[in-house]
Design a binder for this molecule. Structure first.
Ligand SMILES: Nc1ncnc2c1ncn2[C@@H]1O[C@H](COP(=O)(O)OP(=O)(O)OP(=O)(O)O)[C@@H](O)[C@H]1O
Ligand SMILES: [Mg+2]
Length: 252
């Protein structure tokens, strides 16, 4: 059956994920079925948060036309990563999906009038969108507060949904604020690395030994650890994990 008129897919985003070839983890399935207007996903690295939100975006675009879906993140490159996942999922649906009306590097427009648009990370260049149905903020803990303040009003009139997803990045910024003090209007979901079936336990143990306890608790334990206890910069730690980065004192 053409997916546009398939009621089961329209009613259940989990079915859409399965049609795409992804069997959602239990928390991903719960999230896909949750219609709360504001959701925060505080998840470990590699838990699958971008994957699940790309399906959420696609489901809105396919079944709630003409939907405007916006993807935001700290940089255009990172929003582009999420957008790439959306396009891969869309492509996996093949010819049964609602056809594309127009496509560019930053935008997918379907013939049903829905649009999925990738935003740059700069506050100045994102104003002007309204009637937003779904706004997804990836890597939200690293998005500047000004950008968050600029995008929130886009949901005001439409009553659209807001999904913040991230690993924590200290006790600062709106991501931490909404998580810790944002009140009862948020659905909060926390998924630590040991809850993700795809991350091997022995790999996690090695990672902890490599990056140290402080970073491990943040990146894999979903903890908002205090920035004043931070000994090394994020870039230095991540650089240490990248085999293409040459050690400074490699000759010693
Ligand atoms: N339910 C699933 N079944 C199979 N593979 C999955 C599932 N969810 C995610 N993955 C895979 O796990 C990997 C990590 O997923 P994803 O990029 O969505 O995680 P993330 O939480 O956004 O990671 P990061 O913190 O690095 O941004 C990807 O290769 C993705 O395809
Ligand atoms: Mg991601």
């Amino acid at each position: 059956m053409a997916i546009a008129v398939d009621l089961a897919l329209a009613l259940d985003p989990v079915r859409l994920a399965q049609r795409i070839g992804i069997e959602p983890d239990p928390w991903q399935a719960a999230l896909l079925r949750n219609r709360t207007r504001q959701m925060i996903l505080n998840c470990s690295r590699q838990a699958g948060k971008s994957t699940v939100s790309s399906i959420l975006c696609l489901h809105e675009a396919l079944y709630y036309p003409p939907a405007l879906v916006l993807l935001a993140s700290p940089s255009l490159r990172q929003s582009g990563e999420l957008f790439r996942k959306v396009k891969e999922s869309y492509a996996a649906l093949g010819s049964e999906a609602v056809p594309v009306a127009q496509e560019s590097a930053l935008r997918l427009e379907l013939v049903n009038g829905s649009r999925i648009v990738c935003l740059p990370g700069k506050e100045a260049s994102i104003r002007g969108f309204s009637a937003v149905r779904l706004l997804v903020v990836d890597e939200a803990s690293r998005v500047p507060d000004e950008l968050y303040q600029a995008i929130r009003p886009m949901l005001a009139v439409s009553g659209g949904r807001l999904v913040l997803l991230s690993t924590p990045f200290g006790r600062r910024g709106f991501f931490h604020h909404e998580w810790a003090e944002g009140g009862p209007d948020w659905q909060r979901v926390q998924i630590k690395a040991d809850q993700c079936p795809r991350i091997p336990k022995d790999w996690l143990a090695k990672e902890r030994a490599t990056i140290g306890d402080w970073w491990y608790r943040q990146e894999y334990g979903c903890e908002f650890v205090d920035t004043t206890d931070q000994v090394f910069r994020y870039e230095d730690v991540m650089g240490a994990l990248d085999p293409s980065v040459k050690p400074l004192f490699g000759g010693l």
